[in-house]
Design a protein around this ligand. Structure first.
Ligand code: FAD
Length: 289
């Protein structure tokens, strides 16, 4: 089912998973996680796609598995590292597996940034144009604090508008820890005429070590109160995890109260994280999703 159609009917709960590094040994474990997640009746589960394109095959297989479990998959596809032939191969595989929804991305530039990166698909919009012949329902990424390569949030928003004009029917945000960035993104997007639903992406920080990783990976601002809690209890993994989960729960409650169209949870392939959040917000999910 098309995700934009689901969004017209209801508020969505969704999860992101990623293909495991050791495809041979860990994929079955991920399948078990997906079977567990099914108990929470997600509206869709998205599967990431490696920046290098290296796990493209596994990514499509996981999307196919999600579909076979009766859950709607959202397959990420990145144009930056890929040639048109590679995109055709993945798109055809996804079609054959019955995948209808694709999150069209440029992809993170790899650390060993090669000259050929983005040779064929400079931006997500180029990939969107190319994918049109496959008639997927396309989504795109957006950035509450602005994309790192863009001079201003407003320049980034103009590019987001291009994604919508190129056929993106919904957006999922980069992770953020201060909801004010999300509200600003949504109100500025609406001001310049972007109409597609913007689903907030939430990732609980469950260990102080993750703060530095999140900063370098996504550049997201970590509010001082969250940083303090994680650092004060840094020698107690149970307390830091609880603090991080509860902070995410607070973010979600606030987002729902202010009308967010859904919640996309970055759960790092951990079903227990999804369950802990779900249990704390049982009534919210039952009544408002
Ligand atoms: P683009 O839309 O191409 O944007 C990149 C930069 O170019 C931005 O600064 C933008 O403002 C600018 N820009 C965009 N369009 C144009 C245009 N037409 N003309 C001029 N400038 C333009 N990475 C992965 O490798 N695999 C994944 O599976 C993955 N999943 C993600 C899921 C979500 C929800 C998010 C938020 C990010 C994900 N990423 C993933 C990371 C993403 O690939 C990086 O953030 C990447 O740097 C940008 O991707 P994009 O699709 O937003 O690129």
């Amino acid at each position: 089912m098309r995700i934009d159609e689901i969004l017209k009917r209801k508020r969505t709960l969704s999860f992101e998973v990623f293909p495991p590094k050791k495809a041979e040994t860990e994929t079955e474990q991920l399948f078990e996680t997906i079977r567990e997640l099914k108990k929470l009746s997600p509206d869709f589960i998205s599967v990431t796609y490696g920046a290098s394109g290296s796990n493209a095959r596994n990514s499509a297989e996981i999307a196919g598995f999600i579909k076979s479990e009766g859950i709607e998959p959202l397959a990420h596809v990145t144009g930056g590292p890929s040639s048109p032939d590679e995109i055709d191969a993945v798109a055809e595989k996804l079609k054959a597996l019955g995948v209808e929804n694709v999150l069209a991305l440029r992809g993170d530039k790899p650390s060993d940034y090669a000259e050929n990166y983005c040779k064929y698909f400079k931006h997500a919009t180029d990939l969107q144009e190319y994918l049109k012949k496959y008639a997927f329902t396309l989504g795109g990424a957006c950035y509450p604090e602005g994309h790192a390569e863009c001079q201003t949030l407003y320049a980034d928003l103009e590019n987001l508008k291009k994604k919508e004009e190129c056929g993106a029917k919904f957006f999922i945000t980069q992770i953020f820890y201060d909801n004010a960035y999300y509200y600003r993104l949504v109100s500025e997007a609406r001001r310049i005429g972007i109409v597609a639903p913007i689903i907030p992406g939430i990732m609980p920080i469950t260990h102080p070590k993750n703060i530095a990783r999140i900063k370098s990976m996504c550049g997201s601002t970590i509010p001082i109160e969250l940083r303090n809690m994680l650092e004060i209890y840094s020698d107690n993994p149970v307390l830091t995890r609880e603090a991080g989960i509860n902070y995410a729960v607070y973010q979600i409650m606030d987002l729902i109260a202010k009308g967010a169209p859904g919640v996309h949870l970055y759960i790092m392939n951990r079903a227990d994280t999804a369950f802990e959040i779900y249990e704390r917000l049982n009534n919210f999910f039952n009544e408002l999703f």
